[in-house]
Design a protein around this ligand. Structure first.
Ligand SMILES: [Zn+2]
Length: 354
């Protein structure tokens, strides 16, 4: 073997060894961040509307190769700005359902992205296909996105901005979207993927077209219940949580879920209509579900009522404002012994933990 040939062989050997043994920088990681934890249309203490950012990547890019937003309530872009996530870097937005508290922040996100990043990649919007509610009206995520900037088109704002910067897309912010719809089913189905990241969805009960999601990555997995409740609308029932979410979330590392504290139940005097109480998952039942699926983390979000609120919209909190400990106690009553995160805006969990 000549000297040159040996050097070449040695070079390839080195490359092969480097590829086989990942360095610390190349270790896969995942960060789940609550971008808003307020439940429902009311506002309280500056909390943003419900939403969760999931970042996946490796140490060298701060787990940021893929960025997915699940629901986008009021103020989502402001929370993203606090953690240094430019909205043009969001790859996809997933909607659990069309209630305004989960969607209204998307108009802001899209408007801003259209302003300065019209020539960049489209944002993928993943949600349920059109469905007719039991009362006969149509719930349409597709139309929601298509008409996202109608008020600004009608006011002449979009035409004005177009006249200033020709690179902006002529149809307005909706032109910057690629809507991917699916028909929610009782079994998990793959609805989106990017490299090693896979997102699946399942039908769940809350309002027509509601879906819950699961993200799988080499660094771990996350289940998002959204506002899911049980198919059996009111007691007697085994649980207020969704059987489909439980099926979807089997074995996940993290569950992110909206919750309703038991104190708001019809046996107390909150004044909250029982159907609104029953269509959410109760805090203790969520602890029990997290225990059954073996989740290491339960992240409570969309807290109803928010911590510290004496009233929530027109409804009072029986016994006075709740503390973080009140939510924790409600989870502990289930026997769940994993990590409970009582959601506040920007609470995060990283996998693997640092
Ligand atoms: Zn909600």
């Amino acid at each position: 073997m000549t000297k040159t040939a040996f050097a070449v062989t040695g070079f390839f050997l080195t490359v092969a060894v480097m590829a086989a043994v990942p360095t610390a920088d190349a270790a896969p990681c995942l960060i789940v961040t609550l971008t808003g934890t307020q439940g429902g249309p009311p506002i309280f203490n500056g909390l943003a509307g419900p939403g969760t950012l999931v970042r996946y990547g490796e140490d060298s890019n701060n787990c940021g190769a893929v960025k997915m937003q699940f629901d986008a309530g009021r103020g989502t872009n402001m929370r993203l700005s606090q953690i240094g996530i430019p909205i043009e870097e969001l790859n996809a937005v997933f909607f659990t359902h069309m209630h305004t508290d989960h969607t209204e922040g998307f108009a802001d996100i899209l408007q801003l992205r259209w302003h300065w990043n019209s020539t960049g990649p489209k944002i993928e919007v993943v949600c349920s296909s059109d469905t007719v509610s039991p009362l006969g009206f149509t719930i349409s995520c597709k139309k929601f996105v298509l008409h996202i900037a109608d008020a600004f088109i009608q006011s002449g704002e979009i035409a004005q901005r177009l006249s200033e910067v020709k690179e902006r897309l002529a149809g307005g912010p909706a032109d910057l979207t690629n809507v991917i719809t699916f028909e929610p089913k009782d079994e998990p189905q793959l609805v989106w993927s990017s490299g090693e990241v896979k997102v699946s969805a399942i039908r769940s009960t809350h309002m027509a077209g509601h879906a819950s999601y699961r993200v799988d990555t080499p660094a771990g997995s996350v289940g998002f219940g959204g506002d899911a409740g049980n198919d059996v609308f009111a007691p007697p029932r085994a649980s207020s949580t969704s059987d489909q979410v439980e099926k979807l979330a089997k074995g996940v590392d993290i569950i992110v879920h909206s919750t309703m504290h038991p104190v708001m139940g019809p046996n107390r005097d909150s004044g909250l209509p029982p159907p609104i109480f029953y269509r959410q998952s109760g805090t203790t039942d969520l602890g029990a579900m997290a225990k059954r699926v073996g989740a290491k983390y339960l992240m409570l979000t969309h807290l109803f009522p928010p911590i510290g609120a004496g009233r929530i919209g027109p409804f009072k909190v029986p016994g006075g404002p709740l503390t973080e400990g009140d939510y924790r106690k409600a989870v502990e009553a289930s026997g769940y012994t994993g990590n409970t995160i009582v959601g506040t805006d920007l609470a995060s969990v990283r996998l693997p933990a640092k």
